[in-house]
Design a protein around this ligand. Sequence first.
Ligand code: G1P
Length: 308
Amino acid sequence: MTERDERPGRTVRKAVIPAAGQGTRFLPATKAMPKEMLPVVDTPAIQYIVEEAVRAGLTDVLMITGRNKRSLEDHFDRNVELEVGLEAKGDSAKLARVQESTDLAQVHYVRQGDPKGLGHAVAVAEQHVGDEPFVVLLGDDIVDARDPLLDAMIAVREEHGGSVVAFMEVPEDQIHLYGCAVAEPTGTTDVVKVSGLVEKPKREEAPSNLAIIGRYLLDPAVFDVLRETPPGKGGEIQLTDALQVLASGDGPGYGVHGVVFRGRRYDTGDKLDYIKAVVRLASERSDIGSDLREWLGEFVASGAGSQD
Ligand code: G1P
């Protein structure tokens, strides 16, 4: 066992969710409301993310927020007035829906101040996280509850130590939208050893088709590296650049593995993907799914929408 493997297996308890972005792709909806509160069917996108963390046993959640994010705090707090009203009406189903987000996890908040990129957002978590491994979940990716990606990542950390990144194989013409890995297979299916990472490479310069999706299990060694990480792509402090140091260097807590995810993931990062995510998730719901699927079939068959 090398020095870098000295601290595998430390329990992962904490999740960090960067939520300070301005959500400009969704203006004007996000003028006065954080994009994390956009509903996916009837549940804010951020609640899916917290639910995923909690399913993996991460009940201590830190949100990195900014201005305009008060409704996030309200959503995970109690709404006594509403609860009393629903109780008086005997509407226990709706009452349960209201209370769901309150009882989920212990949610903490810290403001990013001057947003200087994803690496900077993660660095802001240091005081809360301390010297423990932690998971970062990006809000634009919703991972289906039936495909437990975080459990697989935690198992890889337990075996190898260091940090673990989630990848997805993407077509060549999409790799410029993601962090991209140089990676070699390990003996285990869909687990790779990462030797390099590059943020949003040009198609012709991409070292592979492995794209980082928004789930990272980070060793606290990342904090020292982030302190030394200069602004990169887009003038922002990139988490990918800090991971490149951890993947290619040597030291306690260094080393990066990857889990290649082949499950269901819903991107809510831009308008079209967001609408697809809403339709896919709604069409599986027991309350409205079958009506929606029937209507969708008729809608498409009628050629509506393509007529003018
Ligand atoms: C961020 C990361 C990128 C990663 C992506 C996943 O980029 O910097 O490496 O592939 O998230 O969603 P963003 O999409 O925030 O520009």
